[in-house]
Design a protein around this ligand. Structure first.
Ligand code: HEM
Length: 227
């Protein structure tokens, strides 16, 4: 057994692998369709087969939001679960930061700006559904989440007094992340399963699988790998 495998073994727990496969994206080098990808694929297909060139800014909303959620789930969270060895911890943290800062957050933010632009263009009022209210709350929460997480490690955690003081803030960032993630999944549920768009374009059984069942399994998988 190689060193990498030994380390992985030492950090693992029974059930982790199942949870990993349920929540994740690839098994070794063979890409496989797994749970959250169902949401992504359904969303992209529905957008692409329903006059994508006619829907203006809206095209960027479900597509980029479902992509952002995939980045959050796989590269943002799974990559840190579980890491206990200093070397894997540092590598996990670096992947976590890059995934969130350069992929998940930009995709989510562009997606939100796109739907706001879409509503402005159509002269519709804003934040009238539970989906949109939770969505805008989650977006603000993510900004705070990034500032707290980043503040606790960037420049030696100077923003929070440095050293151990700053390090102790990390646990709040982590706890907040585990509350924020279900909030994001509920937002996706409502946007896909209960919106006018979902009802009009996605047949009920597919809606249930893509926007209720898949996010739920994904949540259970993520929580079951939590330490
Ligand atoms: C696949 C996932 C998603 C789908 C299918 C989707 C779909 C929709 C639809 C159809 C609308 C227009 C109806 C309404 O206002 O409720 C909307 C609006 C909105 N969505 Fe999403 N959404 C998704 C994910 C997200 C996520 C993850 C967020 C943010 C975290 C988000 C934030 C918003 C906001 C803020 C609005 C309202 C904008 C406004 O009123 O100006 N959505 N979404």
């Amino acid at each position: 057994m190689g060193l990498a495998e030994q380390l992985e073994k030492a950090e693992g727990r029974q059930g982790d692998n199942f949870a990993r496969y349920a929540a994740l994206v690839q098994r070794r080098r063979i890409p496989s369709l797994t749970v959250y990808q169902v949401t992504l694929v359904v969303t992209w297909l529905v957008m692409l087969i329903n006059n994508p060139t006619q829907v203006g800014w809206f095209l960027l909303h479900p597509t980029l939001e479902s992509l952002a959620m995939l980045f959050f789930t796989y590269a943002g969270i799974l990559t840190l679960q579980p890491t206990s060895q200093p070397r894997t911890k540092a590598a996990g943290l670096s992947r976590h930061q890059s995934a969130i800062l350069f992929m998940a957050f930009p995709a989510l933010l562009i997606g939100v700006c796109a739907i706001v632009m879409n509503k402005i263009e159509l002269g519709k009022s804003h934040f009238r559904s539970w989906h949109s209210v939770l969505g805008i709350i989650a977006t603000g929460w993510i900004v705070i989440q990034i500032l707290i997480g980043g503040g606790s490690i960037w420049f030696g955690g100077k923003a929070f007094g440095g050293g151990m003081k700053a390090k102790s803030v990390w646990k709040y960032h982590r706890l907040s992340g585990y509350i924020l993630f279900p909030l994001l999944l509920i937002t996706v549920d409502l946007g896909g399963a209960l919106s006018h768009w979902g009802e009009k374009n996605v047949p009920l059984p597919i809606r249930l699988v893509a926007y209720v069942f898949a996010p739920l399994v994904c949540l259970v998988a993520i929580l079951s790998r939590m330490r």
